[in-house]
Design a protein around this ligand. Structure first.
Ligand SMILES: [Zn+2]
Ligand SMILES: [Zn+2]
Length: 169
């Protein structure tokens, strides 16, 4: 199975490593991608555990699971992301990285809920806690239903493929 995050490599060699705790996300973008793949594979525990502690208080595993269960995630596009390396994570232990507005990832995600298709755009904020990247919160700028294309029309996700061979397959 190809990784849901759109990396074009297999899930086992990509986001699964983070979800299965075999590797640690080294940048906000890696964490964002792995959380998307966790939604796509309904790994509610991982989504819950990668919330920042202050945000986790407002989350429940049941709600995350219910939302993941009823939603089919079709495509992720990263629009922009701040770059971080492992070294910067370590430095951030004593730096006030939480104040740094550059720890963000802007993305678009396409999803199907019941029989309707949607696009959402979000700017997510990330912080380092316990020397790990965590998701703090996000500002959703768009979350709207898309008209369902005909089977032979181009897909709404800009893949240049027919809908029936892409998100509608
Ligand atoms: Zn991935
Ligand atoms: Zn598509």
């Amino acid at each position: 199975m190809q990784c849901p995050c759109g990396s074009n490599i297999s899930f086992k060699k990509c986001c699964f490593l983070f979800i299965n705790q075999e590797a640690q996300a080294l940048s906000p973008e890696q964490l964002m991608r792995s959380r998307y793949s966790a939604y796509a594979t309904k790994s509610a525990d991982y989504i819950y555990n990668t919330y920042a502690e202050s945000s986790r208080a407002y989350q429940s595993l049941t709600d995350i699971f219910a939302w993941a269960k009823d939603t089919k995630w079709l495509k992720l596009t990263i629009n922009s992301a701040s770059e971080y390396t492992e070294i910067k994570i370590k430095r951030s232990a004593n730096a006030d990285i939480n104040e740094d507005k550059s720890n963000t990832v802007c993305f678009s995600a396409y999803y199907q809920h019941q029989d309707a298709y949607f696009i959402m755009k979000e700017t997510s904020r990330f912080i380092v806690e316990d020397n790990q990247w965590r998701y703090l919160d996000g500002e959703v700028s768009i979350n709207e239903e898309l008209p369902t294309p005909k089977r032979n029309e181009l897909c709404f996700c800009h893949s240049n493929k027919k809908f029936k061979q892409c998100c509608g397959s």
